[in-house]
Design a protein around this ligand. Structure first.
Ligand code: ANZ
Ligand code: ZN
Length: 850
């Protein structure tokens, strides 16, 4: 027998697969379809890392298994090729991003093939290919024509290092998602996609279209990912309430009215008002002051009435320097300035209340102004303590009104209303409803829903992206590029250094065009699209990747979509996954897609840490290079090892030693399968084909179920286990050649998705000239895997007292537990002291008592 030589057999089969292309989809197949997809990678110069190989191996096992189960499987791969890293590298080295991207793709592809991944390469897509971005631009125009792409002047997140604007989704804790630089605010004219139109369900042309919120109920996704999307969308139910603003004339003496309310002579102006959004209209009686954000328009509109304006202005300027994160930091000391000369009136009790400017109120949320209820909101409470403002408790946590006393902190929960006139005694939910009714009746406010999410800012002032297909004409305004002129090609004749302006403005050839409508000289839009636009629809393109008349044909989309299983990193929970759902919903609304959710089942691979438990990083020098592992141990060992590390979704550390264990298992497989008549040594003993069949049947069932649940680690341990059990069996009993053959073949078939090269080679050596991957996944015989039971005898001081039917393999702890729980045994043990319990596996338990 020759030795297991993974390098040799892997190269041999990879060459065969490259020639015969067994993984290309058969378009004429009548089998049911499955679409199994990896998130397409960004082809970076660093090559694949072990996180890539983890998820790609997982989907590969699943795809190979699904094919063997009788499905026609679409399992494609491609490149998310536009983006900043290639552009930044180009700026550093002078090599054009198309060149570095091309090289990186070659490396990625070589590495993927070296792992034996079964992709259909005839469907490869590349988002930086004009044949691809033509359709990205076409989709932009579809959005534009339906009012879903628009340009507006807006406060934007600006990354001073990347020199471009960012979407809100790309700002993580106040910093650029890419480079970590603190993001600043800039007023700029930018392009947006109207994602906010697709949050709720809508009816269009008689069809009801589920929105981004309720659509989550229809997909099998990790709960944490669904929660992240819901949280990002941030739907809050409540009310909008208008407070009138008055001029505070401090010279006028204030009188106490008989009901104790403070009244002052006010010069009311009907139009002056301040609107707030609140989730707690039930607490309106507890509102004792108001706060506006430093960007609020009343600060400009009432500049003349605000008598301490210079102080206010200083506050505005100071807060401009802070990020939203700094402003909302809960641990931060709250600061603010009272607006002198103006006040507001609480509409529910006509109480005059002060207005503050404070930066804990944000400009981008609700109306940028709040009604402050210090007794029931933590931030308001802190602020009220600092500025000595009244705190009126209006929600009592219990039915019994709380004792009057000094409140130590805000009570933000639900309860029963107190100190609230017509709301007194009502539980929170009812009090909210009643107050909304009152506000609507008096035309002071109304029911309102507020969202955290904003429209998606998609324009970028960078080079390496898809140009936005719009032309500006002095006469006609913005004009969409006619479909026949697509794609708008990226010019090759510009420097790509970021200057804050798109580099495309420096190409005269690109910029100076004729207006498609009036033929007068016009100017092209120079911004490019966020790369997340390119990745929002690539999964559709795989269905029909070479189509030059549509992004994909209706028939092909119908045949392959939606995606049945999608695997990729959890870092995309809101960005890519939310945007892709939005694209799908738009295309569904306008009749291009029959489905409304792109990814039916989603799973995330867990991060693989370095052996020392830290994140793998170049600077720490603890990065594992898959190429080296493949060269040393082979691709099958790497595949198996990564799957054996632990559950797919868990974070887990790399362990270089234990990869050797997996390698040993593969060697053992090699020896066992190639050994002849492995039961002959024990021929004098009884024949035990039955036990062998039971073993392999159990594994067929377990491995199949585990693959379906993506529990690859337990599938592998099951295969390791039966190989060990086989050895024991061989020592005890003889096996006929037919049973041996049955075992070997089935073992190889279930191993094949995991270790495709080894299984294929051994299959070949067993005499087959057909690929093992043409075999159907074996069916198991349920009768053979029923767990065997034995009668466990329970003795007390050596006397038979009970006999229990238990699984034959029962472990000591479990057996003792079952014995002690038996009523009969309990009866015999009553009043006695147990001295010792003896367990004889497969036979009896003897309890010694005094
Ligand atoms: C009165 C009130 C009383 C509030 C109470 C809360 C508790 P979510 O759930 O996140 O939607 N708010 C509104 N706009 C704000 C802004 N621009 N900046 C900072 N805070 C703002 O939060 C809604 C609540 O956040 C609103 O309800 C408002 O405070 C505050 F016992 O109004 B509430
Ligand atoms: Zn024109």
């Amino acid at each position: 027998m020759d030795k297991y030589n993974p390098q040799e057999i892997e190269a041999k089969w990879q060459k065969k697969w490259a020639e015969n292309k067994p993984y290309e989809v058969n378009e004429n197949s009548v089998k049911p379809k499955r679409y199994i997809l990896d998130m397409f990678p960004y082809p970076s110069g660093a090559g694949l890392h072990v996180g890539h190989t983890e998820s790609y191996t997982a989907t590969d096992i699943y795809a190979r298994y699904t094919r063997m189960k009788g499905y026609e499987v679409l399992h494609p791969q491609g490149w998310d090729a536009f983006g900043l890293p290639a552009e930044n590298y180009a700026i550093k080295t002078g090599i054009h991003p198309s060149e570095t991207t091309k090289r990186a793709i070659e490396t990625f592809k070589r590495q993927m093939n070296s792992l034996g991944l079964s992709y259909d390469w005839s469907r490869e897509v590349n988002s930086s290919d004009p044949a691809y971005y033509k359709w990205t631009q076409w989709l932009f125009l579809l959005f534009y024509k339906n009012g879903l792409a628009y340009k507006k002047l807006a406060k934007t997140n600006w990354c001073p290092s990347c020199q471009t604007v960012l979407a809100n989704e790309q700002v993580v804790n106040g910093a650029c998602e890419r480079c970590g630089t603190a993001v600043t605010q800039k007023d700029l004219e930018q392009w947006f996609f109207k994602i906010t139109d697709f949050i709720e369900d809508q009816v269009f042309e008689g069809r009801s279209i589920k929105g981004l919120l309720s659509g989550l109920d229809d997909v099998d996704w990790p709960e944490s990912t669904k929660a992240a999307q819901k949280n990002w969308i941030g739907r809050s139910e409540g009310a909008s309430i208008r407070f009138s603003i008055t001029r505070t004339d401090t010279d006028i003496t204030q009188t106490n009215t008989d009901n104790g309310q403070r009244k002052s002579a006010l010069s009311q102006s009907k139009s002056a008002s301040l609107e707030v959004f609140t989730t707690r209209p039930d607490t309106l009686f507890g509102c004792t002051y108001m706060v506006v954000c430093p960007e609020h328009p009343i600060l400009i509109n009432y500049k003349l009435q605000i008598t301490n304006y210079s102080e206010v202005e200083k506050y505005i300027n100071d807060s401009r320097k802070k990020t939203d994160l700094e402003r909302t930091d809960l641990n931060k000391d709250k600061s603010g300035v009272r607006l002198a000369g103006v006040s507001a009136v609480n509409p529910v009790n006509n109480q005059e209340i002060p207005i503050f400017i404070a930066d804990y109120v944000l400009a981008g949320y609700g109306t940028g102004a709040i009604m402050a209820v210090p007794a029931h909101d933590g931030r308001d409470f802190e602020f009220a303590k600092k500025y000595d403002l009244p705190i009126i408790e209006v929600v009592s946590p219990s039915v019994i009104p709380a004792q009057a006393g000094i409140q130590k902190e805000a009570y933000a929960g639900d309860g029963i209303n107190i100190n609230s006139d017509f709301l007194n005694g009502l539980p929170t939910a009812e009090a909210k409803e009643k107050m909304i009714g009152w506000l609507e009746e008096h035309k002071i406010g109304k029911r309102a829903i507020n969202y955290r999410i904003r429209d998606w800012l998609i324009s970028r002032q960078r080079y390496w992206g898809a140009p936005i297909p719009i032309i500006y004409c002095l006469k006609c305004g913005p004009v969409p590029v006619p479909e026949s002129d697509l794609p708008v090609l990226l010019p090759g004749d510009v420097g790509i250094k970021p200057t804050g302006e798109s580099p495309l403005v420096h190409s005269a050839k690109f910029q100076d065009v004729k207006c498609p409508e009036c033929q007068e000289p016009a100017r092209r839009e120079a911004d490019t699209m966020d790369t997340f636009v390119c990745s929002s629809w690539y999964y559709l393109r795989y269905a029909d990747p070479h189509n030059d008349r549509a992004f994909a044909s209706e028939a092909q989309l119908k045949k392959w979509l939606p995606v049945d299983l999608y695997v990729g990193g959890a870092e995309h929970s809101v960005l890519h996954l939310l945007y892709s759902r939005f694209f799908t919903k738009v295309l569904h609304k306008y009749g291009y897609l029959e489905f409304n959710e792109p990814f039916l089942k989603l799973r995330h691979q867990g991060i693989i840490l370095a052996g020392d438990g830290n994140k793998m990083s170049k600077s720490k020098g603890n990065v594992i290079n898959p190429d080296e592992v493949v060269a040393e141990q082979g691709a099958d060992a790497l595949r198996l090892y990564e799957m054996f590390l632990g559950p797919l979704e868990d974070m887990k550390p790399w362990n270089t030693e234990s990869i050797a264990g997996v390698r040993r298992f593969l060697e053992k497989t090699w020896k066992t399968i190639l050994a002849n008549n492995f039961g002959s040594n024990a021929s004098q003993l009884k024949n035990d084909d039955q036990a062998l069949c039971r073993l392999i049947n159990r594994a067929i069932k377990k491995v199949g179920e585990d693959i379906e649940n993506l529990k690859f680690n337990t599938a592998i341990s099951e295969m390791m286990k039966i190989l060990n059990e086989l050895k024991e069996l061989m020592l005890r009993a003889s096996i006929t050649p037919a049973a041996e053959d049955f075992f070997k073949k089935n073992f190889l078939i279930i191993l094949a998705p995991f270790a495709p090269h080894l299984a294929q080679e051994l299959w070949y050596r067993l005499g087959s000239r057909e690929s093992i991957f043409n075999e159907a996944w074996p069916k198991f015989d349920p009768d053979l895997i029923k767990e065997e039971t034995i009668n466990l005898i329970i003795q007390i001081n050596g006397k038979l007292r009970e006999s229990l039917s238990v699984p034959s393999e029962i472990e000591e702890v479990e057996a003792k537990k079952i014995a002690m729980e038996s009523d009969n045994v309990k009866k015999w043990l009553a009043g006695k002291k147990v001295v010792k319990v003896i367990f004889v596996p497969g036979k009896l338990i003897n309890i010694v008592v005094k």
